[in-house]
Structures are given as structure tokens and as C-alpha cells.
Design a protein around this ligand. Sequence first.
Ligand code: ADP
Length: 462
Amino acid sequence: MADAGLTTKTLNDKALSDKAWPAALAFFLALGALPTIIFGLLVAFHELALLPGLISWGICLTVALGFGILLGRDMAVMAQLVRSLRMSPDELPKTTNLAVPGMRLLGQEAINLVRAERLNQARASDRSAADHALLERLPDPLLRLNDSGAVIWRNASAIATFGMETAALLRHPDLRAALGEATSSGTPVRQSIALTVPVPRHLDATVIPVGGLAYVLIADRTRERNVEKMRADFIANSSHELRTPLASLIGFIETLRGPAADDVEAQQRFLGIMAEQAHRMQRVIEDLLSLSRIEINEHQPPETVLFLPPLLERIAAGMEPMLQTNHTRIELSIPADLPRIPADADQLAQVFTNLLDNAIKYGKRNGCIKVIAATASTDDRFAANGVLVSVTDDGAGIAREHIPRLTERFYRVDKGRSRSVGGTGLGLAIVKHVVNRHRGRLLIDSVEGQGTTFTVWLPTRP
Ligand code: ADP
């Protein structure tokens, strides 16, 4: 820093102070030595009488002593001045009281110089603090990388958006390529990046080389891409899934207006089927909409903290009418000291409602559904920093080959069975996307003829 250089290297006040009086003495001796020699020689060679010689010599020594004292004092004042140069511009002395004319000029120049330097420094540090605050508060993630590509700083938005995932982003081959191109060309390079884990993300990264460093400015386009995809998927899925019941409704309406116009018994039967079809269409649309809503924010983990036990108890209690109809019961095993987790309560309610709904729908009549919650350290298939909730039924189970595909939209093992129990084929897709958003895991274990267990692992830290 200029400040340290000026005060400790150029003008070392301690050394100056220590040397002030010895220097003054040396000055006095040097000034006194010449007249001593000259008057000594003049008296020795009888060119000057002893008394006038002694008087002249005494006058010269007095003058030398005076100069020595003045110089010593000025050097001490100068040392004091150097000490005060470490002060802020407001505290700096405005003038000096140095006695020797050259020293006075020098001191004044030093004060002016340091004052100007300090003001420049203060302005520069104000500007740099403002620049830093601006970068820190940028709404888009910004990373500063050193010449070997390691992150040396990131702004608040980068921390919130990527958290621990920054390393995965920096390892991405497209970003590394952009980094190489930008540093070798010295110009900014823009690159689209698609991340697949832990959730799909679409990013636009701009690599800006500055000196030996590189800045990476990231625009997260995930939401826009998800909205585009959602529109396309919604149109494709809804037209596919709704066309059949709609065609059947139109068929019934035509029959009711034509051949069955006077057949009251047929009318009642057809209206019952039509009502069932209309309700199914309504459920499909509701599930598609909630799936779309979840997908839009899937890249942003939830920030609110949730204590799961009351939520699980509330959902189980809400299943009572369905349990009575199916002659099934639920056994809950939920420890009261379950750790809190970052979670979206509404979305997790949807997850456990869907899993319980399936367990009842596909479980055994007069059967028992077990809901067990625990800390993840009880199961070594999962990372210990989380909680586990498993829902186990004693139904017919699922054949091994179907298990990997169960969370796909509209995938059903038995389409007829799913329809007959009011399924939409979207329940497990919703579960999967909510679990993804929570950076959790879903595991399905099933033994045909014995039952199925769906286990959800949710991390205690995002
Ligand atoms: P649906 O609305 O058809 O139930 P889901 O996405 O919830 O759709 O489930 C997809 C398919 O997975 C279901 O159609 C069913 O075949 C199968 N399934 C889901 N849960 C269970 C379960 N507990 N036992 C057996 N099969 C299940």
C-alpha cells in the first residue's frame, strides 16, 4: 500500500528521530572543525594573535552550535511530522514550524503530497466499496475465478443459486471451454450451459477476462425454459389424456339426444358414466397443473423449515373416509424428535397424500399400511444428514421391470385398474419432482404378492 510505503519505507520516523540529535552533533562538529583547524594554524604560525584567534574561533563555534541545535530541532520536528502522516487527511497538520528554510519547504511539500495521496486513497476506496456492493447485490450470480479457474469470490446470488453445486458448474466442459477461449482471446465469451444434476438447469454464462482473473456472470434461464416446456408438455399430455374421455362424452351426449332420448333408465346410466368421465378429466387437469407448477420452481430448493410429524399425522387423519371404504388401516411410527428440514409444506403434503392414496388404492382390502419416519442414519442406503419417511402397503406389489418407469407421466402398470380406482397416472411423477426440488431421493422396493415400500429421503440441509 502507498500509505505503508510512504511512512515505513521512505520516511522511517523512528530512525529519523533516533538520528536527529547525533546528526545535529555531527553537523556541529563538522561546522566547528574547519574554523578550529584554520584558527589553530593561523595562531600556530603567528599569523594571528592568540586572543583575537580565540575570540574568532569561539564565534565560529557558537554559530556552528546554533545551526546544530536548529537542525537537530528540525529533524525532531520532521520525525514528529512523519509520525503524523499516518493520520487521516482531516488530522494531518496543515503547516510545519520548521526553522531551517530548506527543511520547512520540504516538510510543507511532504504534507501537501501526503494530503493529496490520502484524499485519492479515500476516494478510490469509496469507489471500490461501492463497486463491490453493486457486484454483491447483482440479481444474477457472479463468480470471480483465479488464473487456475478456482473460485476466489462469489456474490450473494451465486451462493443462493448454486450453494454447494458451484464446483459441478465449473467442471462443466462447455464452461471450461468458454473459460479457455475467453482467457486466450482476452474478450468476453458467452455460452449456454445445460446442467442435468441435481436438477435440470439452463444457464447462459458470460466469461469476462479481467487481468489474470476471469468473471463468470450467469443468467438462469431455467424458469423460462421450464415454462416453454410446460406449455408444450401440457398441450401434448392433456390433448392425449383428455381426448378419449372427451370423445366418449360427446358420444354419450349424441346418444342421449338421439336413440336414448326417451329411455329414462339408459339416461341415468349414461349420466353416471359421463359424470365419472368428467371428474376424471378434472383430476387429470388438476394434476397436470400442479405438476407444471412444481416443475417451474424445481431448480430452487425450498427455504422454509418444516417439522414433519404434525403434517404426517394430519394427512393420515384426512385419509380416514378412504380407509373406511377400503377397510384398511394406517399404523404410524413417527419419533417426536425428528429433525426439522428445509421443505415446502404444501408440496410435501402432496407427496405423502399421493403415496398414501396409492397404498390404499393398490393395497390389500382389510390390510394395514405402515408409515414410518426416522432419521436417515438408521438406513445405510441413504446419506445420514436427512430424514426418512416410508409408506409400506401389503398389496399385490409391482413387478421389477415396471419400477424404474413408475415416476414417468401417465405410466401405469395396469391402466384399467388405475382408471377404476380413479388414478390419473401422475401421482408418482408429482412425488418425484417434489422430492427432486427438495434435493431428496425416492426409493421403491416391492415384492410381488407381498407389498410395496416407497421411501422418501429428505436432507436436513439444502
Ligand atoms: P395413478 O394415478 O395411476 O395411481 P401414480 O403415478 O400414482 O398414478 O402411479 C403410477 C402407477 O404405479 C399406478 O398406476 C400403479 O400401477 C403403480 N403403483 C403406484 N403405487 C402403487 C402401490 N402402492 N402398489 C402397487 N402399484 C402401485
